[in-house]
Design a protein around this ligand. Structure first.
Ligand SMILES: [Zn+2]
Length: 80
């Protein structure tokens, strides 16, 4: 993963972005989502922020093993 596509700024080097957190699986209960996070090799949903750009928060769906990005969504609804 060398580039991320920011909905406002376009394709940018990953160094401009800051990883914030990995989101739990949607069917995880509240306690497990706080205390039992697991790393998934095949898919991950994460929050990133375009810290050295527009500072937008992004929801990034990607494969952490390969770095392949499946979808990037601006938190708030806009998809790219
Ligand atoms: Zn941006």
């Amino acid at each position: 993963m060398t580039n991320l596509h920011c909905p406002y700024c376009g394709s940018r080097e990953v160094e401009e972005f800051a990883f914030r957190k990995t989101l739990p699986e949607p069917d995880t209960d509240d306690v497990a989502s706080v205390y039992l996070r697991t790393s998934r090799l095949e898919s991950s949903v994460e929050h990133w922020q375009h810290l050295r750009g527009c500072r937008a928060w992004l929801k990034v769906c990607r494969n952490p093993s390969t770095g392949e990005i499946h979808e990037i969504e601006l938190l708030g609804g806009f998809r790219s």
